[in-house]
Ligand binder design. Structure first.
Ligand SMILES: [Zn+2]
Length: 323
């Protein structure tokens, strides 16, 4: 029941009821409701600042978990970078060295990203540093992998070239000489068999009966198979590329045609005594960039160190050449 208030009327000397206007009542009610709402809002706001809601607790846990996962990912990236560093080290110290390519300097492998701050978008949060660091690591890793990959492409190309080079250069003896008894005369000053004068002998002589097979000493193309050069008689020249040409002289017969492609070990002709020759033998020469060089340096293909020594001794004997 609503309270009834009275006032004392001094004119009529009696108590009279106070009549409140409806408007006033409404005004009071409105003020009360607004004040209560304001107070409530303030209270919830302040309490919310100090007390977490279940949803906030859940979000905080998720954030914590994410940070932990970020740190674990960073550790794994460190491991990946370390593994790559190991490959880079081998790349510089072994592969590139072996193929005579310059090592890639550290600065080039670890070149950063200059100019604008590409990590600006991660700034302004509690975990900005963690996210920025992770991204930096990943960028370094990606870039280093690209550099390493390019290096391996280069190595693969060099290896292919080297393989071709090793197959091409004259690297075996031109006739079957397992017991090494066929080396008759080496490269250097020798007595000329015809004039008996000391003269430079630009090749190696292998004695062998007429008809003994002669083999290509490296891959290449037959450039000549004729007797149009003075002294050599029937002879073959193989162009091996890389500036190398091998020459086989005093042949009895050819087993190849000009422009034919040959592999190391292919039978190209037979020993004879055509041209300026004293007895059946093979005169063998190697040209490098147009200069005749000592073939003894090229027999590593199928000789042991000991065999090579024996051949070297025989080739350096100051005897008479067969020309
Ligand atoms: Zn000779």
């Amino acid at each position: 029941m609503a309270k009834v208030k009275y006032y004392y009327d001094s004119e009529t000397l009696s108590y009279r009821k106070i009549k409140r206007k409806k408007r006033t009542t409404f005004k009071y009610a409105l003020v009360f409701v607004v004040a209560a709402a304001l107070f409530g809002f303030l209270f919830v706001s302040i309490a919310g600042y100090f007390i977490e809601s279940p949803k906030e607790r859940q979000l905080a846990r998720e954030l914590q978990n994410m940070e932990l996962q970020y740190e674990l990912l960073n550790k794994r990236m460190d491991d990946a970078i370390a593994a790559l560093e190991n490959v880079e080290e081998r790349d510089n110290a072994i592969y590139r060295l072996y193929f005579e390519a310059n090592p890639i300097p550290e600065e080039q492998r670890r070149a950063g990203f200059g100019g604008i701050n590409r990590y600006k978008k991660y700034e302004g949060f509690d975990n900005s540093q963690l996210i920025t660091e992770s991204n930096k690591r990943l960028d370094i890793l990606e870039k280093a992998i690209v550099v390493q990959s390019r290096s391996l492409d280069e190595i693969a190309k060099l290896a292919e070239d080297k393989e071709k080079f090793l197959e091409a250069i004259p690297a075996i003896q031109p006739i079957n000489n397992v017991d090494l008894t066929r080396m008759a005369s080496g490269y250097g000053y020798r007595t000329d068999p015809f004039t008996k004068v000391r003269k430079f002998h630009f090749g190696m002589d292998f004695t062998a009966p007429r008809g003994t097979p002669i083999y290509a000493t490296g891959d290449g193309v037959i450039k000549r198979a004729d007797n149009a050069s003075t002294g050599y008689g029937n002879h073959i020249r193989i162009d091996h590329g890389f500036g190398y040409i091998s020459l086989y002289a005093h042949l009895y017969k050819y087993n190849v045609r000009v422009n034919q492609r040959v592999k190391r070990g292919d039978l190209i002709g037979y020993v004879g005594s055509t041209g300026r020759s004293e007895a059946p033998h093979l005169h063998y020469e190697i040209f490098k960039d147009g200069e005749r060089i000592n073939p003894i340096n090229f027999y590593y293909g199928n000789l042991s160190a000991e065999e090579y020594d024996i051949l070297l001794q025989k080739a350096s004997l100051e005897n008479q050449s067969l020309d």
